[in-house]
Design a protein around this ligand. Structure first.
Ligand code: NAD
Ligand code: UD1
Length: 314
């Protein structure tokens, strides 16, 4: 077990009972940090953390409740802010609800950190801020979100930038591309595509592709992602405060279907349905800034990572 540096030992993870959050909490505990989780359990589940019995502190609460979170933020040295409604499609169906959580939550966390005299914030932003960009999109490229979800992530990044210049609040916004791994819930119509495809493949029901299946995504393993987040907790980048977190490789949905077919060894039926509105066509990152800051880029190949998702479903 590696031991975290003395600084930033006590970390608050908002949304820590969610898919990414639960992997991150486990990783930070293994590093020897004290971890505090704030989650309203709207989609998160504490069973995800059952193996960590008693090795983290849990607060049930809504991240938008400034009074409620103030003491929790004050008690920690840094915040990884993950709590959000993560579905792009849900934000198109219910933009008011998404905005309240995804922007309102960031505002409350930033304000609590300011009132506490300054706490470092690592923010879970998204590739969705770019909209349909060229493949190999870099942090300095234009940001033209196509969905309320993408807009709220961009607004949150801008809010943190402003808090940095007005109040010297340190923050890093990490633009996660498509994160996948064991424990991603496949049961909602809003669930991430890899969890849906694996469930559809293993149940024999098959998969649904919205659109022609040629849209690309840059899939990053949650295990690699947690290592990146931990890196930024420990080190403050000197200039840039926004980074893509991805592998820098595009995979179409039809490629994903082919990889899963190879993995499972059975034909997986496909049903095509109309493309979702607000959906991005091309989403592939330039990861050179990440590589420069962290010294490596997420290494798990999709074939390998898919294998661990398939195994976890058995
Ligand atoms: P998730 O839904 O599994 O986790 C979100 C967690 O936040 C859940 O535990 C939920 O209960 C909690 N939550 C929601 N609203 C809350 C509120 N008002 N107060 C307190 N807790 C609340 O989603 P995830 O996939 O783990 O995503 C985590 C973060 O990463 C989100 O901010 C998401 O936008 C971002 N992100 C995810 C991906 C991805 O591919 N999964 C990619 C880019 C960015
Ligand atoms: C995902 C994340 C979002 C993140 C973004 C970063 C989820 C739910 N969404 O959004 O939080 O900010 O990546 O890039 O984790 N699709 C199908 N069939 C399905 C499900 C999806 O064809 O059963 C398609 C979608 O239309 C889309 C692609 O697969 O074209 C990916 O969809 P999804 O997994 O929902 O992710 P994003 O919308 O990219």
């Amino acid at each position: 077990m590696s031991v975290a540096p003395r600084s930033l030992q006590k970390i608050l993870v908002t949304g820590g009972a969610g898919f990414i959050g639960s992997h991150l909490v486990r990783h930070l505990v293994a590093e020897g940090r004290q971890v505090v989780v704030l989650d309203d359990l709207s989609s998160g589940r504490l069973e995800r953390l059952h193996d960590l019995d008693g090795r983290f502190v849990f607060h049930a609460g809504d991240v938008r409740d400034l009074d409620g979170i103030q003491g929790v933020v004050e008690d920690c040295e840094a915040v990884v802010h993950l709590a959000a409604e993560p579905s792009v499609k849900k934000s198109v169906d219910d933009p008011f609800h998404t905005h309240s959580i995804n922007y309102g939550g960031t505002l409350a966390v930033a304000e609590a950190a300011r009132l506490a005299g300054g706490r470092k914030i690592i923010f879970a932003s998204s590739a969705a801020v770019y909209g349909s960009a060229r493949a190999g999109v870099a942090e300095g490229d234009p940001v033209i979100p196509l969905s309320p979800y993408g807009l709220d992530k961009l607004a949150s990044e801008q809010l943190l930038r402003i808090y940095g210049s007005l109040y010297q609040l340190p923050s890093v916004s990490l633009r996660f591309f498509n994160v996948y791994g064991p424990g991603q819930d496949p049961h909602s119509p809003y669930s991430g595509v890899i969890s849906k495809f694996v469930q559809g493949a293993l149940s024999g029901k098959g998969i649904t592709i919205f659109g022609d299946g040629l849209q690309t995504r840059d899939y990053v393993s949650v295990h690699d992602l947690t290592r990146v987040v931990s890196h930024f907790l420990t080190s403050q980048p000197s200039e840039e405060a926004v980074f893509n977190v991805a592998r820098g490789e595009g995979t179409t949905l039809l490629d994903l279907h082919r990889l899963l077919t190879q993995r499972i060894g059975d034909e997986i039926p496909i049903q095509f349905a109309p493309a979702r509105s607000g959906d991005i066509r091309e989403s592939v990152a330039d990861v050179s800034a990440l590589c420069k800051a962290v010294g490596w880029i997420p290494e798990t190949r999709l074939e390998e990572g898919l294998g661990s998702v398939v195994l976890a479903h058995h």
